[in-house]
Design a protein around this ligand. Structure first.
Ligand code: GLN
Length: 285
């Protein structure tokens, strides 16, 4: 990047370098913003300012790591935004996806529709990862007692830091899906989860950015991708009330399989499959 000196030139260099290597150009913008501590608007306003050699080197190093190893930009900058808040992420947790914001929105909308929004509620997020769902619901639902579980103690450390930094009150428990809260005898008004749902055999269809950097535990769920749903639904009777909202993120081709599992265990459940903004089947309520 020796030739590129101004902010404009560095941005252009980054964009071309990414294009030449078949990577998304947006990564460059994010890295330039991060290393300069500037918003996108500030990059435009200060386009002709020179970037120090030190900062240029850091940007180039990150770009080369992204191109060579597929390291996600979120791991390079250490954060991802979810529902308007910034969350710390690392290799121990799934990087938050925009689809999951729609799952959270769906829960909040249903709470509003049923008049439960401002009621005291008890909720649980199964497999909380970075803690995005639990933390967001704790912030948005003012009278909720929020629990969150994960089998990975490394993930729980990240989730706890995120909840703490955002002043969210969440009870974190380590264990297999609902096991720790079943042991405590808690029952829930809302059970939400974005569990792993990719079949093991689909590993090679994923990009290196996902396959080599998101935790396998967060992605894959047995041969048919349904192992986590089976486990959750098997445990569910121990924690539900007379009326409980179950909200699950699903894979785009699981609109029949996941509802069938729910129906088999809860024949009277009212089941709603909802598409995400890209018109993929993505949520079951
Ligand atoms: N609940 C977290 C998220 O939605 C982690 C999900 C996962 O690891 N499968 O990002």
């Amino acid at each position: 990047m020796n030739e590129a000196k101004t902010i404009f030139e560095v941005r252009r260099w980054a964009s071309l370098f990414l294009q030449e290597n078949n990577r998304e150009t947006g990564v460059g913008e994010l890295l330039v913003q991060h290393h300069l501590g500037m918003t996108r608007a500030q990059l435009f306003a200060n386009a002709q300012d020179e970037v120090s050699v030190d900062v240029r080197e850091k940007i180039e190093q990150d770009l080369r790591q992204h191109v060579a190893q597929g390291t996600p930009v979120q791991h390079l900058i250490g954060t991802e935004e979810f529902y308007g808040r910034l969350f710390k992420v690392n290799q121990d947790v799934l990087i938050p996806r925009p689809e999951t914001e729609e799952l959270v929105l769906g829960v909040l909308e249903r709470m509003k529709q049923t008049g439960m929004f401002s009621e005291p509620l008890t909720c649980v997020d199964i497999g909380t990862g970075s803690g995005i769902i639990a933390t967001t619901l704790a912030k948005e639902l003012h009278h909720a007692t929020m629990y969150a579980t994960d089998i990975s103690s490394e993930a729980l450390q990240v989730a706890e830091q995120n909840a703490h930094a955002l002043h969210a009150d969440v009870q974190f428990r380590q264990g297999d899906f609902l096991a720790p809260v079943i042991e405590e005898g808690v029952t829930f008004d809302v059970v939400v989860s974005n569990p792993p749902y990719i079949p093991e055999g689909d590993r090679d269809t994923l990009s290196d950015v996902v396959r080599d950097h998101d935790p396998s535990l967060a992605l894959f769920a047995g041969e048919d991708g349904l192992a986590a749903y089976r486990r959750i639904i098997e445990q569910l009777p121990a924690v539900v009330k007379k009326e409980t909202l179950l909200a699950l993120e699903i894979g785009h081709d699981q609109r029949h399989t996941v509802p069938a599992l729910i129906e088999a265990a809860f024949p009277h459940a009212y089941i709603d499959v909802v598409q995400d903004i890209n018109q993929n089947d993505r949520m079951v309520f």
